[in-house]
Each structure stands twice: as C-alpha cells, then as structure tokens.
Design a protein around this ligand. Structure first.
Ligand code: KG4
Ligand code: ZN
Length: 357
C-alpha cells in the first residue's frame, strides 16, 4: 500500500511516499532563505511559495519513485496546526488528487505526525511520553496508540524553539537561530561556571501543572543582553565568537533544557505505565536537550526514541507515514475535513472521519 504525504504547514513544501511503512521517496523545497530576509515567516509569502512549488514537486516525486499517480492508494496531508493559508494549499491539493483518482484522503495532525515519524526508523512503543518541541509548539503528550494522543501540558506563551529564535534575533543571529545557538552553547558549556548556571530562571516550575511558559525567560535573556552590549560583537565563525557570548548561550540553553526535562520527569512520575519517551520537532535536534532527555530515560529504564535530524524538522515523510498507519486501521476522512490554524481548538483529530464498521 502506497500513501502520499503532503506538508505545507509553515515554510517547507514537502511531499513523500511511504510504502508498507517504509519511505519510498521524498522531495522538499525550503523557503527558509526567503523568510530570513524578514526575520520570521511571512504567512502570505509562504502560501504563494507552496502554491508555486506543489505541482512541480509532485511531478518530480513520482519520477524519483518511478511510479505513476495510479499507484498511489491514499493521500495524507498536514491539516494543522499551522498557518491557515499555507495549510490550505496542501489540503486542497490532496483533496483534488483524492477526488480525481477516487482514492481516500486523510487529514493529519502535524504535531502527531512529528511524534510518529520515528516509527519509520525504530519500533514505536506505547504508551509513550511525547515531547514535542518545535518553533511553534511545546507539548507534552501521553500517546496511548497511533491515533490516541492525550495532551498533558503545553506552552502558555512562546514555544521552546521560538525562545531560541527570539533571543537569537536580539543577539543578531540569523533566523531560525536554534542551530547556531546550539553550536555556540556547545563551545560555551566548557567555560560555564556555577554562577552562570544561575544566570537565568527555570521558568514555571513551581506549580502543579505540566504546562510551560518561556516568555519570562526570553525577557530575562533580552534584559541581560541589553546590560552586556559586548555580547553583540559580530563574528564570522562559531570558533571566533566571544567567550561571554558562548557562555550566555550555554546558560540560556541549560535553563530551557532543565525546564523541559523537569516537566517531563514530573509527567513520568504521574504516569508510571509509560513505556518509552518520544521526542520530536526541530528543537529535538538540540545536543544538550538530547543528553538531558537521554539521562531522564535511562533513570526510568525507558527507551528514548528521537528521529534522525532530517525527520525532526518539517518533512512529508512523517505525514505519509502517519497516513499509512491510519489507513492500516481503516481511518480516513471525508472530503469536507478542514484545515486548522495554530491555537484553534478542534474537537478531535478524527472529526469527520469514516471509521470502519
Ligand atoms: O519543527 P520545526 O522544523 O518547525 C516547526 O516549528 O514546526 O522546528 C523549527 C525550530 C526553530 O525554532 C529552530 O530554531 C529550532 O527548531 N531548532 C533548534 C535546533 N535546530 C532547530 N533549536 C535548538 N537547537 C537546535 N539544534
Ligand atoms: Zn513542525
């Protein structure tokens, strides 16, 4: 069974084919450089670029895989959360293909797809603690099965990736700043003193919830940078960046990582039946977070499942794979399913779906 996946929720236009649970082929066009000019994603530009890329990418995907459109058995598409206009390009494209070829269509929750992606590389083990850390979202889930996600906590303001990007912007780093921030932090960790470790607060830990709040930490970092303008000295390569800058980045990263790991630990204590930790999203590529989450998993004798870097950031393989998993269970949508924006509450992911009788 071959499932096509389409991803257009933000600034990557991507299509992929999954056959029998394995990736057959994938194509991707990124808009990162275009949006970098504006210091963040411009929604209208993103929609136009998805519209421009979608058709040619579809043709090149079929050519790459050596199949024709008749060989595709189901169409899966990210339906949200994301930028509504951007999502609609993918959703309409998928619906059009499904309608024209009389094949089923599946609207996929983009966040769930991020967490399921590791199933392309490793065995999924449920129930799992899902740690979704991206540029737009920070969610903790208890994942009971491929189509049963329980939200345990979420960010009340900025996402973890957003915090890196916004502080990176204040520091003059290029958007998105997460990767460069990580490289600076890796150097900075060697110089980190006990005092540096207390430089920034561990936000929103003194409460009973599993929610996050990163905006205060972001403000604390911005104020620290304003008081220490020497941090803004330009540099040509990571090796040439100043020691204070690297130390500050390391201290900030530690504050984010400690917060994510503390709340994850709290979730594990509350849900002792959890069998694995799945971490996904762009920030899952962060080297310090990987070490912290690995230590937590080991402490609880659990396996940490993290997809390889190309499956961590936005891609269509994860959408095609999620679609393939649901199709195996006989779950499909009718053509009237809708895309949904970030923050928009939908009753459930399978709203409007046709369940097997
Ligand atoms: O999942 P993703 O590709 O896009 C969505 O937001 O859906 O995540 C992108 C985010 C950006 O905020 C980027 O700065 C961050 O992931 N990121 C990182 C690293 N690599 C990417 N953050 C911290 N450390 C990294 N190594
Ligand atoms: Zn994403």
């Amino acid at each position: 069974m071959i499932c096509l996946g389409i991803e257009s929720s933000c600034d990557e236009t991507a299509l992929a084919l999954v056959q029998n649970g394995r990736l057959l082929a994938s194509v991707l066009a990124t808009q990162v450089e275009l949006h970098a000019l504006f210091g963040g994603v411009v929604p209208e530009l993103a929609s136009r670029e998805h519209y421009r890329f979608m058709g040619p990418l579809f043709d090149s995907l079929l050519q790459k895989a050596g199949i024709s459109v008749q060989n595709i058995d189901a169409y899966a598409v990210s339906r949200g959360p994301g930028l509504l206009g951007a999502l609609l390009v993918g959703v309409c494209f998928a619906k059009g293909l499904a309608f024209a070829s009389d094949k089923p269509v599946l609207g996929i929750n983009h966040l769930h797809a991020h967490l399921l992606a590791v199933g392309l590389e490793k065995q999924l083990v449920f129930p799992a603690l899902g740690v979704l850390v991206s540029g737009g979202h920070t969610h903790l889930y208890k994942i009971h099965s491929v189509d049963d996600f329980e939200v345990l906590g979420r960010t009340l303001d900025d996402a973890a990736g957003e915090a890196f990007d916004k502080v990176g912007k204040v520091l003059g780093l290029a958007y998105p700043a997460g990767r460069e921030f990580d490289l600076l932090s890796q150097r900075g960790r060697d110089f980190l003193t006990k005092g540096d470790k207390k430089l920034f607060p561990r936000p929103y830990l003194d409460n009973d919830t599993l929610d996050f709040s990163f905006s205060g930490l972001k403000t604390a970092a911005s104020q620290y940078i304003a008081k220490n303008p020497e941090l803004l000295q330009p540099f040509d390569s990571i090796e040439e960046a100043s020691e204070p800058l690297c130390r500050m980045c390391a201290a900030f990263t530690e504050a984010v990582v400690d917060t994510l790991c503390s709340k994850s630990a709290k979730a594990l204590h509350r849900h002792s039946d959890i069998q694995s930790i799945i971490m996904a999203g762009g920030v899952a590529a962060n080297s310090h977070l990987r070490v912290g989450m690995q230590a937590l998993a080991q402490k609880h004798s659990l396996e940490l499942l993290v997809p390889s870097p190309q499956l961590c950031t936005d891609n269509a393989a994860m959408v095609a794979y999620a679609g393939w998993l649901y199709a195996q269970k006989g779950l499909f949508h009718t053509l009237d399913f809708e895309a949904f924006a970030r923050g928009q509450v939908v009753a459930e992911n399978w709203q409007g779906c046709v369940k097997p009788t």
